[in-house]
Design a protein around this ligand. Structure first.
Ligand code: ADP
Ligand code: MG
Length: 175
């Protein structure tokens, strides 16, 4: 069920490791605000790259939004923000000006062409669960039924890349 009629609650993961990372995250949130209402923004997290290791560290954050868009249109809008901010897809898991992932949509499981929700790598990514558990600890992954807090706690028990909270001025940004 949605709280406000006609809108859906979604959760978005943001990451950047090229240029002015914090400015990129701020600009991405401003652009998201043009098609969704940003209602929660996590702290910034400094994280080690995953997969392709020969690249700069990332700044990551998570945001909660409400939108009138359908899931496919919302993801398309996110991908257009990536493109308009100059993201070039070449190396898998490689450097990116901005990465925007649709993590969760209401409590729904969606498996459509080009759209998988919950984001399939959500339970294994510290750089996603760290910020998301901060703003939505009791939020449940409809796949496993676990809360973000429980998933993050479980992941912290196994060795993995570093994720540390990053203090910065002008964060969370005024949108
Ligand atoms: P990553 O998921 O590791 O961030 P990329 O951003 O490079 O990988 O690519 C994600 C691709 O997967 C997008 O082009 C998009 O079409 C597709 N996709 C499917 N489901 C999602 C989702 N929930 N969030 C973001 N992208 C998704
Ligand atoms: Mg992505």
């Amino acid at each position: 069920m949605t709280e406000a009629s006609g809108t859906a609650q979604a959760w978005v993961g943001l990451g950047s490791n090229v240029g002015d990372k914090k400015a990129n995250l701020t600009e991405a949130l401003r652009r998201v605000q043009s098609f969704a209402e940003v209602i929660a923004i996590s702290s910034l997290y400094k994280t080690d790259p995953v997969g392709y290791l020969d690249q700069d560290w990332f700044l990551n954050a998570a945001a909660g939004v409400r939108t009138v868009l359908e899931p496919q249109a919302f993801l398309q809008a996110l991908l257009e923000v990536e493109q308009s901010m100059g993201r070039v897809r070449n190396i898998r898991n490689g450097p990116r000006t901005i990465d925007l992932d649709l993590l969760l949509w209401e409590g729904r499981v969606l498996d459509e062409p080009g759209l998988t929700v919950p984001h399939p790598r959500l339970p294994e990514r510290r750089f996603v669960l760290g910020p998301l558990r901060e703003i939505a600890p009791e939020l449940r992954d409809p796949g496993s039924g676990e809360t973000m807090d429980a998933l993050a706690t479980a992941l912290a028990l196994v060795p993995g890349p570093a994720v540390e909270r990053w203090t910065a001025e002008n964060w969370p940004p005024a949108l």
